[in-house]
Each structure stands twice: as structure tokens, then as C-alpha cells.
Design a protein around this ligand. Structure first.
Ligand SMILES: *[C@@H]1O[C@H](CO)[C@@H](O)[C@H](O)[C@H]1NC(C)=O
Ligand SMILES: *[C@@H]1O[C@H](CO)[C@@H](O)[C@H](O)[C@H]1NC(C)=O
Ligand SMILES: *[C@@H]1O[C@H](CO)[C@@H](O)[C@H](O)[C@H]1NC(C)=O
Ligand SMILES: *[C@@H]1O[C@H](CO)[C@@H](O)[C@H](O)[C@H]1NC(C)=O
Ligand SMILES: *[C@@H]1O[C@H](CO)[C@@H](O)[C@H](O)[C@H]1NC(C)=O
Length: 737
């Protein structure tokens, strides 16, 4: 808490609202110099059995035959690679072996209703295709609560015949015709906290995300009356395949890759992954990018949360161009919680406070005046109400004023009746706490402080929260990770936004809604926030598109989502496209984009060539003999991405051409005209040709877009719209410094 950075990072992990224990507890192995590494070897070149035995023999070559138990996973169903316990020297040796693309230590990642779909203009009675029930969504998360009404299989037929996955036998867990498969992955073998050794979710997060993407319609759902309505997923008829990769201490790289290996081979249609690190990683040192790449080659789109490390720039963790990166926007639901002092002054804070103190006034004390000195804490700790820092004798039965927004566990454990927190962090999302709580702006908090200091026998009460309409929604919430991509800055990330604030969805019934142990409120539905919640909205929308266009490529689905997104504005979002990408999803319109920007695997490979990956590595990754010299138009500017981005030097003239191809999926005969709006001062944007006349469906036409000029602003943008009178196909054009 001493420096600003650590304050910030404390808050960042608190924003991962669903993980109670985020301390990165390293796996302590008995072979103390060995740790888990991932050896990635690209495409599978042989059958599963031979691929596995290749892994074993490589490992034996390096560490001797005595220690073959150090193999953790052999990835051989959808691609090739393995995870093993290795010393650094052994890892280096393997990195030099033939056929190896990359070797990297396995790291821990974090887990980063239904009003939200209605808010998106996607009502219950939208047109549905019967094929929706053949769509399988693979959810890589903390498992699932199978008894939830959101996952009842009433009315569901047998699993689609294409399904090749399994339901891992475990005590007290059964699949059904809604949850058609479930497996868990735990390379470390270490279980802690509330963990259960089964696909069952003891955390809540995986249940929440799965029900947002594909939960059934459940009427009368609420969090003790809050968010009351019909809980539902984007595609309520779709099936769910569960891959449990997250545990009490996070989500391990090696487990994530194992889940991808299975999900791709099992035949899922879309992968939803609300998990990530705190920053972006090189594509082939990142299990989420690697898994997403092989998913894409198998026609499966991976939808990923951008991350919860905003509002700082370049914090988007999941940036692979072949997958979808989703930012979190607000919906029109917010929570307001009043604090009333003994002097009758009332201050309006935020929180989701389901507790009712019945207007009773309780003594209020400043945390800084109640340090637990016996345990060695000082006022400088207790003012923040850190765990164990408060003196129970002084705090019990009182309301405590704290100088920071934490999870309330310090006050709760000390026996406080309630807590009033004050701080400068954004007031744009409310959380649940294990006791009555409200989070005040600093200006109001300091008045509470003065009142406490100037009044003998100071008292206060905290009201139950009021659910109020947020008339300025949607906007991007402060914690949503911002672009640009730290790996390829000339590709705009995040790609788009979806609701990720105050989302009501199903919950695990062995996990308290505040995430704090001792909170007795274990409920079937919970309201939480995170890019984790935004991701499954995009997943659901992608699955909805897939039910109309089962043969569309992952890039085509992505393009449809991006070009139909509702524009957002820089007035409400100072980081503009780095906050919201192309805008917020419009699931109703997304199956009917008019034109798509398609990209096939070879295009991504050409792009990687030009980005500096060698022919040798790419041959391994792709398993074919494509060479980098084939990449004539393969620069990042010619990757057929549905948005345009460039980084330039301040006030220095630049000129850049982008080549694009659009495929007609609207009306067979149609004439699209290009309009560029909002061209920033100092820049010129030209589209050639600016009319595209299509004569058939599936026809491809190309155009070139040129941006030139100078700018000295850190981000400026315009948009290109292709319009035929029926369809408007919009792409942002973003110039950054
Ligand atoms: C099985 O799960 C149910 C539902 O949560 C629970 O009530 C029961 O105690 C569990 N039984 C065992 C043996 O874990
Ligand atoms: C972006 O990458 C650079 C270089 O790898 C690194 O120094 C920087 O910390 C990264 N930024 C973030 C926000 O991760
Ligand atoms: C305090 O401890 C509780 C219980 O061990 C834990 O759930 C919580 O996350 C901790 N809070 C903080 C802010 O460290
Ligand atoms: C490739 O680049 C050339 C020259 O830059 C351009 O004329 C051509 O249209 C591009 N081809 C495609 C398919 O983008
Ligand atoms: C249009 O482009 C797509 C993607 O590159 C390709 O699969 C398709 O065959 C092309 N269509 C025609 C009619 O050439």
C-alpha cells in the first residue's frame, strides 16, 4: 500500500471480482529447481499416439529415462506440445531441439441479467434458428454449477452427433443434455481454498459466464430482489461444454492449453475464455493465443476478455488477431447506497448492499483510530482496514470508516456492523461486501471523517442499496483494459465492447456472493462486473451469428460483430477506440452485416511472416510448407482486418495504404458507396474505388484506403462506412502516437 503502484495493483486484482484468493501461490515442488514449462511444437504432424510418444522420447533425451513422470500433459489431439517439470537448462536444451516453436514457463492467469441483452436491443423473442440447439459453446473457466435452473436440460434433445467430448467421472457431478461435457485440469495437483476436485464450480465465475453466453430463460431471477427479471443467455438453446481450468490460486497456462487441445478436438463451435494475465504476451509464448490460433484453423472463434487492468493504456492482455478481444461497457443499471450520519447529513455512495440496518444509528469510528497494535499494526495500516489490522475491541458493533476500497473482509473479520469506504477510484461499478457497506467519493468521505473527529458519540447508518437507472450508459468502465495492443500496435485492440458491469447471472451455491469467506449469502444468482462478464455476451452473439451462418469462418463472424457494432463516442470515453474498439455489440444486427472482411489461416501466417516469425517456426505452427516468401501483401496493413490502425511519430508526415477485400453476404446485386466521416484535422483519407458494385453473393471486391498527413494528438479517429442503402458496414480508422 506504500506506493501508488502497489495500491493500483491491489485494486486491479480486487477488480477480478470473482476470485477470493488471488495471491499467486507458486507451486512448491520437491524438485526445487524444476518448474512447469510448456513446450509448444505447432501443428500435429502424426497421429495422437505417435505425437505423444515423440513428446515422451524428447523428454527422456533431455532428462534421462528415470524421470518420465515429469511429463504433465502431452498435447496431441489438436496440436502438438507438452508441459513438463524442467530445470532451466533442460528447458533451454529442449528449445534447441528440432520441431520446437517455443518453450516458456507455465504462468498463473486470473479470472479476469438479464437486462443486459434487452439493453443491447436483443429481446427474448428474436428470430431463432432451430440449428441453435446444435451449437456447442466451450467455456474455459472455473467450472459450472450443474443444478442451476439456467442449465436445466428440460426440453433439450440428445447432444449433437458431432460432439466427441466427455463428461469426466467425478463424485456428485453429472452432465445433462444442456451441459453435454465437463472436464477439469489441474497440473499442479494442489487443491486449496474452496476447491472441489470436479468440474463443479466452487467459485461462481464459470457458472456466471456460462449462463450469460448460453443459460436458459429463468424468470423471476434476482440477487435478493436486485436485477429482477428473466435471466437468460444469448443463445438459450445452445449446449455448454465445460473445461475447468481455474482454481483457488488462478488459472495455469498448462491447464489452459490442455483445455484448448480437448475443446478443439471435442467439436465445440465457439470458445469463451474470461481469463488472462495482467499484460499481453508474444503470440507463441501465450497459451491463449496459441490455443486460439489452432481453434481458428479448425473454424472455431475464441472470444476473450480484454482484461481488468484499465484505465491505463496498453493493458489489454488478450490481443491475438485471430481471436476476439472484448472490453466491458456499462448497462443502464447502477446501485446507490446512502450513508446517514447522526447529524442527519446524507451522503450518496455506491455498493450492492442487500443488508438492512433498519435505519438504526450505530457508533462510527475511523479505521486509523483502531489499529490492532497487539498484532503489530499501526494506524497507517488500519486506516485502509487491511486484513487483521483493526482492533476488534474498538470496532465491534460499530461502523468503520476506511481510506480505501477493499473487499470489506478486514472490517467483517473484526466484527464491524458496517463499513464506509472513501477513495478516489472511479465510482462506475458497485461491488458486494460481506457486511453493510457504501463507497463514498473522497469529498464526501472527508466530511464523514470531520464529523467523526469533531463529534463525541458520532453515529451513522447505511441504507439498503437502491437500484437506479444510469441514463448515460453505455460507456466503457474504468477497469476495462485499454489498447493499443502491446504486441502488434497496428492492429486495433480491444476489438469491441459488450456489457460487463452489474451483470446478473447464475452463481455457485457454495460461494458467497461477495467472495469473502464467512459471508452466508450463497445464492443462485449474483450481480458482478468484469471484462469476464463482457466476453460471454460477445460469445453468445457470435453463437447467434453461427446459427444463421454455420459455415462462416471465425474472422467472418468477428467481422460481422465488429462492423455492426454501435458506435461509441470519445466524449464519454477519453481513450476512444482504445477503450471500445469498434463500439458495443449489436447481436440482432450482427447476422446481417452486408459485407464481411474475411481472413483465412494463410493470411494470418503471411502476417506473422512479415512480423518477423521465421519460415521454420511457421511451418511448425501450420504443419504445411508455406514459406514466408509467399507473403507479398502480408504486412499488418494488408491483413484483412475490419478496423484500420496505425502508429505514427508526432507531427511527422506519414502516408499508409491499406488493402482490403470485402465479401458480399447481403443482397446479390448491390452497390456500396464509401463514406469517410470525422476525418481529423491534418489528415486526408481516401478510398479507391469508392463504389463497389456487386452482382452476386459471395463475390469479393477489393479496395485501398490511404491515410496521410500529420497529427500530434495521442489518438485521433475517423470511420469508414460502406453503405448500399440497406446495410451499413462500419470500420474505425485510428491514428495513434
Ligand atoms: C452433492 O451435491 C449436492 C448439491 O450441492 C450437495 O447438497 C451434497 O452435499 C453433495 N454431496 C456430496 C457427497 O458431496
Ligand atoms: C509493453 O511492452 C513493453 C516492452 O515489452 C513493456 O516494457 C511494457 O511494460 C509493456 N506494457 C504493458 C502495459 O504491459
Ligand atoms: C482477507 O482475508 C480473507 C479471508 O482469509 C480473504 O478472503 C480476503 O481476500 C482478504 N482480503 C484482503 C484485502 O487481502
Ligand atoms: C497487393 O499490393 C499491390 C501493390 O501494393 C496492390 O496493387 C494489390 O492490389 C494488392 N493486392 C491485394 C490482393 O491486396
Ligand atoms: C472470396 O474470398 C474468400 C476468402 O478469401 C474465398 O474463400 C472465396 O472463395 C472468394 N470468393 C470468390 C467468389 O472468389
Amino acid at each position: 500500500m506504500a506506493s501508488k503502484t502497489s495500491t493500483r495493483s491491489t485494486l486491479s486484482w480486487l477488480l477480478l471480482l470473482c476470485l477470493a484468493f488471488t495471491l499467486l501461490v507458486g507451486h512448491s515442488t520437491s524438485q526445487n529447481d524444476r518448474k512447469a514449462y510448456i513446450v509448444y511444437m505447432g501443428n500435429r504432424k502424426m497421429d495422437e499416439v505417435s505425437t505423444s510418444s515423440l513428446h515422451t522420447s524428447m523428454l527422456q533425451d533431455v532428462i534421462g529415462s528415470t524421470r518420465s513422470e515429469s511429463l504433465i500433459y502431452s498435447y496431441s489431439r489438436s496440436f502438438s506440445g507438452f508441459a513438463a517439470e524442467l530445470t532451466e537448462q533442460e528447458a533451454q536444451k529442449i528449445a534447441g531441439m528440432e520441431g520446437v516453436v517455443s518453450v516458456f514457463p507455465s504462468q498463473q492467469n486470473q479470472l479476469h441479467t438479464t437486462r443486459s441483452w434487452d439493453f443491447l436491443g436483443f429481446p427474448q423473442n428474436v428470430q431463432r434458428r432451430p440449428i441453435e440447439s446444435d451449437i456447442i459453446i466451450g467455456v474455459l473457466d472455473s467450472g459450472i454449477w450443474p443444478e442451476s435452473e439456467s442449465f436445466s436440460d428440460k426440453g433439450f434433445g440428445l447432444a449433437p452427433t458431432k460432439w466427441r467430448g466427455t463428461c469426466q467421472a467425478s463424485i456428485n457431478f453429472t452432465c445433462n443434455n444442456k451441459i453435454i461435457g465437463a472436464q477439469y485440469y489441474r497440473r499442479s495437483g494442489v487443491f486449496g481454498g474452496n476447491d472441489v476436485k470436479s468440474p463443479r464450480d466452487s467459485e461462481g465465475h464459470g457458472t456466471h459466464t456460462a449462463s450469460t453466453a448460453a443459460g436458459n430463460l429463468v424468470s423471476g431471477a434476482s440477487l435478493l430482489g436486485y436485477g429482477l427479471g428473466t435471466a437468460r443467455g444469448g443463445v438459450p438453446s445452445a449446449r455448454i461444454a465445460v473445461y475447468k481450468i481455474c482454481w483457488f490460486d488462478g488459472c495455469d497456462d498448462a491447464d489452459i492449453l490442455a483445455a484448448f487441445d480437448d475443446a478443439i478436438a471435442d467439436g465445440v463451435d465457439i470458445i469463451s475464455l474470461s481469463v488472462g494475465g495482467h499484460h499481453a504476451r508474444e503470440y507463441f509464448n501465450d497459451p491463449i493465443a496459441i490455443g486460439g490460433f489452432h481453434a481458428m484453423r479448425n473454424g472455431i472463434l475464441t472470444s476473450m476478455s480484454a482484461g481488468n487492468d484499465g484505465p491505463r493504456r496498453s493493458t489489454t492482455a488478450n490481443v491475438a488477431p485471430w481471436s476476439l478481444s472484448v472490453a466491458a461497457s456499462t448497462i443502464d443499471r447502477k446501485f446507490s447506497t446512502q450513508v446517514q450520519l447522526g447529524n442527519n447529513n446524507i451522503y450518496e455512495g455506491i455498493s450492492i448492499n442487500t443488508f438492512d440496518l433498519n435505519n438504526k444509528q450505530y457508533p462510527i469510528i475511523y479505521g486509523g483510530d483502531a489499529p490492532n497494535t497487539i498484532k503489530g499494526f499501526q494506524s497507517s495500516d488500519s486506516r485502509y482496514c487491511l486484513n487483521n489490522s483493526l482492533d476488534q475491541a474498538l470496532v465491534k458493533g460499530k461502523i468503520v470508516l476506511c481510506d480505501f476500497r477493499l473487499d470489506g473482509s478486514g472490517e467483517f473479520v473484526a466484527g464491524a456492523v458496517g463499513t464506509v469506504m472513501q477513495g478516489q477510484e472511479s465510482q462506475d461499478f458497485a461491488q458486494s461486501y460481506p457486511l453493510p457497506a457504501s463507497y463514498l467519493r473522497l469529498v464526501d468521505g472527508s466530511k464523514v471523517y470531520s464529523y467523526i473527529k469533531s463529534t463525541r458519540g458520532a453515529t451513522a447508518t447505511i441504507q439498503k442499496s437502491k437500484e437506479v437507472k444510469d441514463i448515460i450508459a453505455p460507456y466503457i468502465v474504468s477497469f476495462s483494459s485499454r489498447g493499443p495492443s502491446n504486441i502488434t500496435r497496428n492492429i486495433l485492440k480491444p476489438d469491441l465492447a459488450a456489457p460487463g458491469v452489474h451483470i446478473l447471472a447464475a452463481w455457485s451455491q457454495i460461494s458467497p456472493i461477495s467472495g469473502v469467506t464467512g459471508d452466508k449469502r450463497m445464492l443462485p444468482y449474483n450481480i458482478i462486473s468484469g471484462t469476464s462478464m463482457a466476453c460471454p455476451h460477445a460469445t453468445g452473439a457470435a453463437a447467434y451469428i453461427k446459427s444463421f451462418h454455420p459455415t462462416w469462418s471465425p474472422a467472418a463472424i468477428k467481422s460481422a460483430l465488429m462492423t455492426t457494432a454501435v458506435p461509441m463516442t470519445a466524449q464519454k470515453n477519453p481513450d476512444a477506440e482504445y477503450a471500445y474498439g469498434t463500439g458495443y455489440i449489436n447481436p440482432l444486427k450482427a447476422p446481417h452485416p452486408g459485407l464481411i472482411y474475411d481472413i483465412d489461416a494463410l493470411d494470418y501466417i503471411n502476417f506473422l511472416c512479415v512480423e518477423g516469425y521465421s519460415t521454420y517456426l511457421l511451418r511448425l505452427v501450420t504443419g504445411d510448407y508455406s514459406t514466408c516468401s509467399r507473403a507479398t501483401n502480408g504486412t499488418v496493413f494488408d491483413l484483412n482486418y475490419p478496423s484500420f490502425a496505425i502508429f505514427v511519430s508526432p507531427s511527422k508526415y506519414f502516408s499508409q495504404v491499406y488493402h482490403r477485400t470485402v465479401t458480399n453476404v447481403g443482397s446479390p446485386t448491390s452497390t456500396y458507396k464509401a463514406t469517410v466521416t470525422g476525418t481529423p484535422a491534418g489528415l486526408r483519407i481516401e478510398v479507391k474505388p469508392n463504389v463497389l458494385a456487386f452482382t452476386s453473393l459471395g463475390q469479393n471486391l477489393t479496395f485501398a484506403l490511404t491515410i496521410e498527413g500529420t497529427t500530434n494528438k495521442d489518438i485521433v479517429s475517423a470511420s469508414l462506412v460502406w453503405d448500399d442503402g440497406t446495410f451499413q458496414v462500419r470500420s474505425p480508422i485510428v491514428v495513434g502516437l
